[in-house]
Write a protein that binds this ligand. Structure first.
Ligand code: ATP
Length: 260
């Protein structure tokens, strides 16, 4: 059974059509990355799949269950989202923020258990964040904060991870560390990943399949080799690029246009 099934998804925001006729299947254990120019609708698609938009709940099924029939708490055990700029409650420490990921497991009016704290500590260790436990989020650098957002999602223990630009603020070392960790969790814990990324070479290295969105519609879908082509990218991004083969996927290099 697929982890994500999207059929003919239409999203309008404030009367404006943002996504039109989107079909998308993500198999269990697969890593699918959505690419596309600014404003194409990538974040909106992830928000719709994560149940964060009221639009068309019947157009999305998670592990066979229509999204609209899942209660919030049950949904949170199935799908965890790392948004581009999550809202952070003022004054909150890293530990308390990552503990929010355990909310779906804490009984109403109850407190976190020792097991919840152990899960959080393990995630903090894995993401190189143990030394930041007591720090207020507002005092962290952009990259440190981005790792904390991912930590909260991993602490949630959901099988489907939605990552909206998870590495945009990270240096190349931390980019690799975070993406390798997610890929390792995918292989060892059977996580399914649906991500958006602007770095096309990195996107192609990690994804099994890619979806190119343009103006709210699916313009292409397939393996990184099928989607990351000079023709498709120059047409939809209006960019001059060179695509060269790499060991884990094509490398996409922006090149300056020729001037006569
Ligand atoms: N409430 C709204 N009303 C009207 N238009 C909206 C609303 N919210 C988002 N949009 C528009 O929807 C389009 C898609 O936005 P979205 O954030 O999904 O794009 P994206 O592909 O993730 O872009 P980026 O690469 O810049 O992050 C944009 O043109 C945006 O301006």
């Amino acid at each position: 059974m697929p982890a994500v099934e999207v059929r003919d998804l239409q999203v309008r925001l404030d009367g404006v059509p943002i996504l039109t006729g989107i079909d998308l299947t993500v198999r269990s254990g697969e890593w699918v990355t959505v690419i596309g120019p600014n404003g194409a609708g990538k974040s909106t698609l992830l928000r719709a799949v994560g149940g964060l938009l009221p639009a068309a709940p019947d157009a999305v099924r998670l592990f066979g269950t229509p999204l609209g029939t899942l209660r919030r708490r049950d949904r949170a055990r199935v799908v965890a989202t790392v948004a581009q700029s999550p809202v952070v409650p003022p004054g909150m420490t890293v530990l308390d923020y990552v503990l929010l990921g355990r909310n779906p497991y804490i009984p109403p009016l109850g407190r976190e258990s020792a097991a919840d704290l152990a899960v959080v500590q393990e995630v903090l260790d894995r993401l190189d964040l143990a030394g930041f436990r007591g720090r207020e989020l507002s005092t962290l650098s952009g990259g440190e904060r981005q790792r904390v957002f991912l930590a909260r999602a991993l602490a949630q223990g959901a099988t489907l991870l939605l990552l909206d630009e998870p590495t945009s603020a990270l240096d190349i070392g931390h980019q690799q560390e975070v993406l390798e960790l997610v890929d390792q969790l995918r292989r060892t814990e059977g996580l399914t990943v649906l991500a958006t990324m602007h770095d096309l070479s990195i996107a192609g290295e990690y994804a099994d399949r890619m979806v190119l969105l343009a103006e709210g519609r699916v313009a292409a879908t397939g393996t990184p080799h099928e989607v990351l082509t000079e023709d498709l990218l120059s047409h939809h991004y209006r960019a001059h690029v060179k695509v060269i083969p790499g060991p884990h996927g094509p490398f996409v290099l922006p090149t300056r246009p020729h001037h006569p």
